[in-house]
Design a protein around this ligand. Structure first.
Ligand SMILES: Nc1ncnc2c1ncn2[C@@H]1O[C@H](COP(=O)(O)OP(=O)(O)O)[C@@H](O)[C@H]1O
Ligand SMILES: [Mg+2]
Length: 1045
């Protein structure tokens, strides 16, 4: 069930793996074994691994499991750029990598807020530790860190060199083999930044301190100290540089290894110790302990005078007492004697040679083993989350990293290998539980018809080792606790008794002939999931008991070395209870580890070792096949494929491929299963190619998925275009909305202003109107506040009107009507205006024109509205004279002498009697008028004698000069006719200075002919002008009427 949970959450991981393979499937082999066509063939599996390995492609997926083959050389795939490429990216286009698993786990932790763990398994030297370091480095580099967490990051990274120096050693399998199990928790806060860490260590292979197989080494730290330690330091520690001088370092006869540089490692370790918060004092004490182990190894025993065992190397004891801060003689005594408690009494008995050596070795192992535990604790303190310093621990999650010793088989395998391989059995069991089983359960849960895949369940082996009362550990413990002569041999017998017949257990005695040949008598064989291993029972009981004599413990309890005081406690000596055996402790700690792992979402890295020679580029097929087999990778793949190469939750499948079907694109709103069904129908999946589960679609052949993936690839441009279009649309729309909003703001501002202005104008207008009306009402009152505006306005508008319509000519009499109050002013103005105009006019007039005007004025005064032809005459200018000088007879001029002719005109003179018409010239001088016929002056009329002049009201040219009869020189009145009667009469009247004497008669003019007699001229209207003597002796003038008056 858990695995399924992981599947749901880890679907991303599967997908990434799957799709990275899809996109790069033209690369070497397949990146995911799930996509292997011939997935049942182990040969094809190994061939794929081999081909990729040859191209340095060391990583391949089986679904979410990462298979890693040790390249045994540095590859250029762990750079910062590589980390960046895998970081947070939906990296399905990227090839498989340990970083992909790291990042996927990290993201799963962050998104699902569930603790994660990465289980790295594989045999010794397969690359587990390297993988775990790469993962840690990835987190250190890529996770966000605040400043005060940067130190933590360094500590996390630097804890490794320290632990490796003290816990790793060169073995046959691996030059840097972890001789302890390590489970490390890295805690992250809710933002994904590392907060703290914690390390759990498992069963250090302590026996290595005192003994190494041929070709192997002790723990690195001893060699590092001797190689790299400064002269002073070595002197202080009483050490010599040559490792060959130390018994504990020569057992494997391999002090130097080409791949290891102890000197530079020493420097790295010293630096790392500083970073993980070791004080100088602590480092000193730690090195004292390490040196003391070497001195202890060189402590020799000899036979004393009394045959007792004694120490022959006193200097070592002195060194030891100095380094460990213990009493030298007490230590010496404790190394050669043992104290027993018998019935509450302490008994001291001497040890023999062998016993003393083993007591010494036990002490060395205990010191080193406990110091290692102290070291881990110390590192844990420096990694610990300091809650008060950082409050972000709430909501934190954890990623666990398990790097535990891998399955190992040596020439001689002892208790340690038994424990290590048991541990690997447990891990395999966990893997089966979490992957194979749950995978199959998933099909069931999804209701998918499928074929059960057979896989080897190693529970039977786990039970064989750990089962209560019946398992090997129980039997071992029993044998250890048993009073009496228990020994390794009796333990083997017990095993044979209890387990004889078990399918996975054989001994020399129980085995067939062939088996016997391959086994020593003191060995038992376990048929592990990873292969057969013969374990020599030699030392099993001792190692399980892990006994340290009481008196040695007592001495150590008194140590002044601070580390030792923390490692050896008084209670141990006083406590009567027997401590748990090593195997049981290990079993229990493994059980706890399983619990821890079970509580987390696991990811797997399965490491494979390509050859036993630690050589790069060598791919030993047989060796790899063996690992593939026991790691259960084929079963893993088969179950994964079990007919279905690929599965995906409906929503994820629909999300990825919905663009391929019009019904599901762009969104499907119905049931997910229906959507997927529609989609696959549209894609033309055949029924045998897929199955629809309850929440997932299962696709049988990789080819089907490839085709779908290819269609998606082809469809992508169109989708991209759609996305682009909608994005652009969205962007433009947003822009438009912004602009529109701005426009509205501006508009409303503007409108508001306009409205306010209008309102203001209206208010002003209404005020004005109101004042106007009020003013109008009070307009007749005297000036008062109510009417002053109105009055001012009236005045103003009147003046404006006057200004606008001022008359342009004197003849224009128009004038705006003034308000009553202004009538006087108006009149003044009008007069002023007129005077002004007249003045201007007059200034413009010429003298001749003035004369003309004066004459015209006189003519007007005389004839206007009196004589019919006057109107016609107005427009005709008066001339100076109608007669040229030549026309006037010279004699006449001479006769006139000084009286200059001022005006002359040709006239017709009618006789007073008979009215005969005679042509004459009428000449006017300054004092008289004279009628001239040729050269004769016929009649002279002095102006003084001119009584009056008569004309008719018609349009004729007749005029009569009435002369006064007192003057005897006068012959009587004169009747004349001329063409320019108005002009001639006007000039005559003006010259005579008698304009008032002109009469206009209506019907007839009476005139004096002679004394007492008078003649009459009658005027009638007719069609044309005629002058004739009428019947009554009157002169009758017929004149056409022009104007009707
Ligand atoms: N990814 C890798 N790249 C290069 N060398 C590696 C890699 N993984 C392992 N090795 C080499 O293999 C050796 C053994 O690896 P290690 O991780 O210590 O094995 P394990 O922990 O499984 O016993 C390393 O010391 C290193 O030389
Ligand atoms: Mg390792």
């Amino acid at each position: 069930m858990r695995y399924r949970g992981r599947e749901v959450g880890g679907e991303g991981g599967v997908r990434l793996a799957m799709e990275s393979a899809l996109s790069a499937r033209d690369r070497v082999g397949v990146q995911d074994f799930v996509l292997l066509e011939n997935y049942n063939s182990e040969a094809a599996f190994i061939e794929n691994l081999r081909r990729r390995f040859k191209e340095n492609l060391i990583y391949t997926y089986i679904g979410s499991v990462l298979v890693s083959v040790n390249p045994y050389k540095e590859l250029e795939i762990y750079s910062k750029q590589h980390m960046e490429r895998y970081r947070g990216v939906s990296f399905y286009e990227i090839s498989p990598h340990i970083y992909a698993v790291s990042d996927n786990t990290y993201r799963a932790m962050r998104t699902e807020r569930r603790d994660q763990c990465i289980l790295i398994s594989g045999e010794s030297g397969a690359g587990k530790t390297e993988a775990s370091k790469k993962i840690l480095l990835y987190y250190a580099v890529t996770c966000p860190v605040s400043d005060h967490m940067a130190a933590l990051r360094d500590r996390l990274l630097q804890s490794n060199p320290v632990l490796e120096a003290f816990g790793n050693a060169k073995t046959h399998r691996n030059d840097n083999s972890s001789r302890f199990g390590k489970y490390m928790d890295v805690q992250f806060d809710f933002r994904g930044a590392p907060l703290g860490g914690h390390i759990l260590n498992y069963l250090l292979e302590k026996s290595r301190v005192v003994h190494q197989n041929h070709g192997e080494r002790n723990f690195h730290i001893f060699y590092q100290l001797l190689e790299g330690g400064e002269e002073d330091l070595l002197k202080r520690l009483g050490l010599e540089r040559n490792p060959q001088n130390y018994h504990y370092l020569v057992k494997g006869n391999c002090p130097r290894v080409s791949s290891i540089n102890d000197k530079s490692d020493w420097k790295a370790v010293r630096k790392a110790m500083q970073i993980v918060d070791f004080t100088d004092g602590e480092v000193e004490e730690l090195l004292n302990v390490i040196a003391s182990v070497l001195h202890l190894g060189n402590t020799q025993f000899g036979e004393g005078d009394d045959g007792e065992t004694r120490i022959t190397t006193e200097t070592r004891i002195r060194n030891l007492s100095k380094l460990l801060g213990v009493d030298g003689s007490a230590l010496g005594r404790a190394l050669t004697h043992k104290t027993l408690l018998a019935k509450g009494e302490e008994m001291i008995s001497p040890l023999n040679f062998e016993q003393a050596a083993s007591a010494r070795d036990a002490l060395a192992k205990a010191i080193y083993g406990r110091t290692f535990t102290w070291l881990v604790e110390k590192i844990n303190q420096s990694l610990a989350l300091k809650d008060e310093a950082y409050p972000g621990s709430k909501g934190s999650s954890v990623i666990g990293l398990l790097d535990i010793y891998g399955f190992e088989v040596f020439q001689h395998n002892s208790f340690e290998q038994f424990c290590i391989n048991y541990c690997n059995e447990k891990l395999q069991q966990l893997f089966i539980e979490l992957t194979l089983k749950s995978e199959q359960e998933e099909y069931e849960a999804e209701g998918i018809a499928w074929e059960t895949v057979q896989y080897f369940d190693n529970k039977i082996i786990c039970d064989l080792v750990e089962e209560r009362h019946k398992g090997i550990i129980s039997i071992l413990d029993e044998e250890c606790l048993r009073p009496g002569e228990a020994c390794d041999g009796s333990f083997l017998e017990k095993l044979e008794d209890a387990l004889g017949g078990h399918g996975h257990f054989v001994t020399h005695k129980l085995g067939s002939g062939k088996t016997r040949k391959a086994m020593a008598r003191d060995e038992f064989r376990l048929l592990h999931y990873a292969g057969e291993v013969n374990y020599s029972v030699h030392g099993f009981l001792d190692k399980n008991n892990d006994l340290l004599y009481r008196n040695l413990k007592e001495v150590m309890c008194q140590s002044e070395n601070q580390i030792m005081t923390q490692c050896f406690h008084r209670e141990e000596v006083t406590d009567q209870k027997r401590p748990e055996t090593a195997a049981t402790q290990f079993k229990n700690s493994l059980a706890k580890l399983m619990e821890i792992l079970m509580s987390k979402e696991p990811s797997y890295v399965r490491c494979i070792k390509p050859n036993d020679a630690k050589q790069s580029g060598r791919f030993d097929e047989a060796l790899v096949r063996h690992q593939v087999k026991y790691l259960g990778l084929m079963e893993n793949l088969r179950v994964r494929r079990a007919g279905f190469a690929y599965r995906r939750r409906y929503e994820a499948f629909l999300q990825r491929y919905k663009s391929l079907c019009p019904e599901t694109w762009p969104n499907w709103h119905g049931r997910l299963a229906d959507g997927v069904a529609l989609l696959v129908k549209h894609l033309g999946y055949k029924p045998e190619e897929f199955q629809l589960g309850r929440s997932k679609i299962f696709i049988r052949f990789p080819k089907t998925l490839f085709t779908t993936e290819d269609s998606l690839e082809a469809r992508k441009p169109a989708v991209a275009l759609t996305l682009q279009t909608s994005w652009r649309g969205y962007r433009e729309k947003a822009k438009y909305r912004r602009i529109r909003h701005s426009v509205i703001v501006i508009q409303s501002g503007w409108r508001g202003m306009k409205a306010r202005r209008r309102a203001k104008r209206r208010r002003q207008a209404s005020d004005t109107i109101r004042r106007f009306i009020k003013g109008f009402i009070y307009r007749h009152e005297g000036r008062c506040p109510e009417n002053e505006f109105f009055l001012d306005h009236r005045r103003f508008s009147f003046l404006v009107a006057v200004r606008r319509s001022l008359p342009r000519t004197v003849l224009d009499k128009s004038w705006p009507a003034p308000p009553p109050a202004l009538s006087e002013v108006s009149e003044c103005l009008r007069r002023l205006c007129m005077q002004n105009m007249v003045r201007a006019y007059c200034q413009r007039i010429q003298p001749e024109w003035k004369k003309q005007m004066e004459q015209k004025m006189v003519a007007s005064e005389i004839f206007k509205d009196q004589k019919d032809c006057y109107a016609q005459s107005v427009s005709k200018l008066f001339v100076a004279s109608r007669l040229d000088n030549e026309q006037i007879n010279l004699k006449v001029v001479q006769t006139l002498g000084n009286d200059k002719v001022k005006y002359g005109i040709a006239v017709t003179k009618y006789d007073r009697r008979g009215y005969k018409a005679r042509p004459r010239q009428l000449l006017l001088t300054a004092t008289f008028a004279v009628l001239v016929a040729e050269a004769k002056l016929k009649q002279r009329v002095d102006y003084a004698a001119l009584r009056s002049i008569s004309v008719s009201s018609l349009s004729d040219g007749v005029f009569v000069l009435h002369v006064s009869n007192e003057d005897n020189r006068q012959k009587g009145d004169v009747v004349l006719q001329c063409d320019h009667v108005i002009e001639a009469v006007t000039k005559l009247a003006m010259m005579a200075d008698n304009i008032n004497s002109v009469n206009v008669s209506q019907d007839s003019i009476r005139f004096a002919v002679a004394r007492g007699r008078e003649g009459v001229v009658d005027f009638t209207s007719g069609s044309d002008l005629r002058v004739a003597k009428g019947k009554k002796g009157h002169l009758v003038v017929t004149a056409p009427q022009i104007n009707t008056r």
